[in-house]
Design a protein around this ligand. Structure first.
Ligand code: PEP
Ligand code: MN
Length: 360
């Protein structure tokens, strides 16, 4: 059923340094990556940094290096553009494979200016997800690029920033790229495990998960000397390490035509359908009790939110779940949703229905 990736069977892999730093760094990295069979090499030329005084990229000079290396090695580079002027400079240097970064996707005005600058060109453009977990913003940016007449458009999932303490640099929130797929099933979807994980050790697992979810490819930061990289040093890997990762990835088929497989899958899905039916019936019975409690609170002039009761629920349910082999965090999140809906229902009961007040 499973097969290891061989050079001509693997998903699309884009790799290269976070930033172009010097001609030599770019050339030696590109040379090593080309040896691995990587056709598209990434490099940041203008770096959108959160704080000033960090390395902000080489700028136009790097475009000259890239143009030269593309010819010398017969490779394609892809670079980030964040303004219409960047697009013009890139095209002037015959670089026609571009991506729009996460901090740019959040701004419809700039994305529109970039889209306008792309009109009439045959550029390949990939759009990274916005920094905040907002599917509509991501879809909107992609639509602006498509509406500019660009036919080769892709999406890059690089994760989302979050207030929550997390093991990720940017939380993946897999549900958002899955929804993007539902809206745009033909759109190329690439995962960027480097910016999701933010550390070398996480690249393999995130990449494998993305492939298991049917992504079309990966964008991985690779630097000839990662420890001394001028940006994102902690997450960059050598081309040698990249090869090791690629060689250990498993690719799986989207589906199988095997009759036995199909019958068995259908059988199991029938079971899921029936369980889901029961699940929804149970939620409905629970909600009926919630309504009764709402009426009871209303009639006794008691507040809806009862902190002690909520603390007890959020403590006990994850514990019960644990003993049934469910992750406590999963059940905790589920109960937050259930509780929110219960509060909403009881608020409606307290505010919209005629009060049977017992205050005379
Ligand atoms: C990058 O690719 O180096 C980069 C700055 O990415 P992002 O826009 O995802 O932060
Ligand atoms: Mn980077």
């Amino acid at each position: 059923m499973e097969e290891n990736i061989t050079l001509n069977k693997r998903p699309k892999i884009i790799a290269g340094p976070c930033s172009a730093e010097s001609f030599d760094q770019l050339l030696t990295t590109a040379r090593a990556l080309k040896k691995l069979g990587i056709e598209t090499i990434r490099a940041g030329v203008w770096k959108p940094r959160t704080r000033p005084n960090s390395f902000e990229g080489i700028g136009v000079k790097a475009l000259e290096w890239i143009e030269k290396i593309e010819q010398e090695l017969d490779v394609t580079f892809t670079i980030e553009v964040a303004t219409a002027a960047h697009v013009e400079q890139a095209l002037k240097h015959n670089i026609d494979n571009l991506w729009i970064g996460a901090r740019t996707t959040v701004n419809p005005f700039i994305v529109q200016e970039i889209a306008d600058a792309l009109k009439g060109t045959s550029t390949k453009v990939r759009v990274k997800n916005p920094v905040n977990p907002d599917l509509a913003l991501w879809l909107g940016s992609i639509e602006r690029v498509i509406n500019a007449g660009i036919s080769e458009v892709g999406a890059i999932h690089r994760g989302f920033s979050s207030f929550r303490k997390s093991k990720y640099r940017n939380e993946p929130v897999w549900q958002i790229p899955i929804e993007l797929r539902r809206h745009m099933p033909e759109m190329e979807l690439i995962c960027d495990p480097s910016h999701i994980g933010g550390s070398r050790s996480m690249i393999f697992d995130i990449s494998q998960k993305a492939l298991d979810m049917g992504y079309d490819g990966l964008m991985i930061e690779s630097h000839i000397d990662p420890d001394n990289a001028l940006s994102d040093a902690k997450q960059q890997i050598t081309p040698y390490k990249l090869k090791e990762i690629i060689d250990s990835l498993t690719i799986r088929r989207h589906t199988s035509d095997d009759l036995h497989f199909k019958t068995k899958l259908e059988e199991l899905r029938d079971k899921i359908d029936s369980i889901d039916h029961d699940l929804i019936e149970t939620l409905s019975s629970r909600m009926k009790i919630i309504q009764l409690i709402g009426e009871y609170k209303r009639d006794n002039n008691v507040t809806i939110f009862q902190l002690e009761r909520w603390k007890e629920i959020i403590r006990t349910r994850p514990q019960w779940a644990k003993s049934l082999d469910l992750t406590p965090e999963y059940i905790e999140e589920l109960y937050k949703i259930i509780h929110e809906e219960s509060l909403k229902t009881q608020t409606e009961i307290l505010n919209n229905k005629p009060e049977k007040s017992n205050i005379n």
